[in-house]
Design a protein around this ligand. Structure first.
Ligand SMILES: [Zn+2]
Length: 142
């Protein structure tokens, strides 16, 4: 999938991974990435590394967007309802919001279900894909 990130610095489309920060002193993760300070008030370190975050996690909560959000949201034309998931990332425990991929069925959404981070098109502008992370359900192994 070709294109450029819809927002710089949040997501690596090729690696299909969110970009966070990790404190070199205490190991605290943050998303979006913090630069120049650690978000842990007990730490005091000012050195953080940018790191790719877990590509898997579990649904922490979710909701449907049945009505078109206001700008700056760029809707598909015509607007297609979608789901917004709050996902707890596997290693970091951070809860990150994102859309579920198109075609996700409400019947399949459950708190605790495994999802993976994928690259998808948020919108297309002047023929160029603007890319964002979305969440895709991982099929349960039987
Ligand atoms: Zn720290």
């Amino acid at each position: 999938m070709t294109g450029t990130p819809a927002v710089e610095g949040f997501f690596d489309p090729e690696a299909q991974a969110l970009i966070g920060s990790k404190c070199t002193g205490c190991g605290t993760y943050a998303f979006p990435a913090r630069q120049g300070f650690c978000p842990n008030p007990h730490c005091g370190s000012d050195t953080v590394d940018l790191v790719p975050l877990s590509r898997t996690g579990k649904i922490w909560s979710y909701t449907s967007a049945s009505y078109q959000p206001p700008p700056p949201f760029v809707p598909a034309d015509p607007f297609v309802p979608f789901f917004i998931l709050a996902v707890e990332l596997a290693a970091e425990g951070l809860v990150v919001l994102g859309q579920a991929v198109a075609g996700t069925d409400a019947q399949d959404l459950r708190v605790g279900r495994d999802v993976e981070v994928v690259t998808d098109v948020l919108f297309t502008e002047d023929g160029e894909n603007k890319l964002v992370w979305k969440f895709k359900l991982v099929e349960a192994t039987k």
